[in-house]
Write a protein that binds this ligand. Structure first.
Ligand code: ZN
Length: 246
């Protein structure tokens, strides 16, 4: 079974569509680590697509915020404005679907998926220290997570934890051979709002039988999304940051 692993789509339809066009035929099932919506201009289009195509997913903090399951006080003003706008846009059916999204961790095949960390769906795993605490509670060899919008993640051998990264800016993909003695926290990166300095949409292909992770990046029509964000009256910074991947 070959998995396409997505995270942090953030209502960016153009990014999602470009990725789906380029990986067509290379996967059997789609998995998502949360944050379908928030920030981007196409919440209903993205949720409609997820409802049809993604059976295995967990909720993210922006999904919760848009349907009133999270306190907006925790959000910065830009994220809060986007959550309020998204809330007003969602159709009743999509709102109900988002409300019912499961909280991670969710077991899938031989691995698991979470939004933030295995201990706390809202925790950010930015560095080796946080990753080390998370590894202590993981009983699966591989966990996929999102939330930071940074493609890569962490690997842990018996005594050492190190950070993983995706392809260089000139490359479209990078492979990580998995060692069966080690444990991994893998971040596929963000589809809809990368923050690792590479504006291309990020995702992962994973086939458990191959013991290999493929980190991928895909260019998409950023200008169209920026125009939609501005037309919707969402904060300008949400359009600007897409061009720099920050
Ligand atoms: Zn996110």
């Amino acid at each position: 079974m070959r998995f396409l692993i997505l995270s942090d789509i953030h209502a960016n339809w153009e990014a999602l569509e470009a990725v789906l066009g380029s990986v067509s035929g290379h996967y059997d099932r789609i998995v998502c680590c949360g944050d379908l919506i928030g920030y981007g201009p196409d919440p209903n289009r993205v949720v409609d697509w997820v409802r049809e195509n993604v059976a295995l997913l967990v909720r993210g903090n922006h999904d919760k915020a848009a349907v009133g399951l999270d306190n907006l006080e925790w959000f910065n003003p830009v994220a809060r404005a986007a959550a309020i706008w998204t809330s007003g846009e969602l159709t009743p059916q999509n709102r109900e679907y988002v409300e019912r999204l499961p909280k991670g961790p969710l077991a899938v095949d031989s691995y698991q998926i979470v939004h933030g960390s295995p201990l706390d769906e809202d925790e950010y795993l930015f560095g080796a220290e946080e990753a080390g605490q998370a590894f202590a509670y993981i009983d699966r060899d591989i966990t996929f997570f999102g939330h930071t919008h940074l493609q890569g993640g962490f690997a842990m051998t018996r005594r050492r934890i190190w950070m993983l990264t995706g392809p260089a800016v000139d490359d479209e993909s990078a492979s990580l051979e998995l060692d069966t003695d080690d444990a991994y926290l893998i971040n596929p990166g963000a589809i809809g709002q990368p923050r690792d300095g590479d504006p291309r949409a990020a995702y992962v292909l994973y086939d458990p039988a191959d013991h290999c992770i493929q980190y991928c990046r895909q260019e998409y029509d950023i200008e169209s999304v920026q125009a939609k964000i501005r037309r919707a009256g969402l904060p300008d910074v949400l359009a600007d940051r897409l061009a720099t991947g920050q």
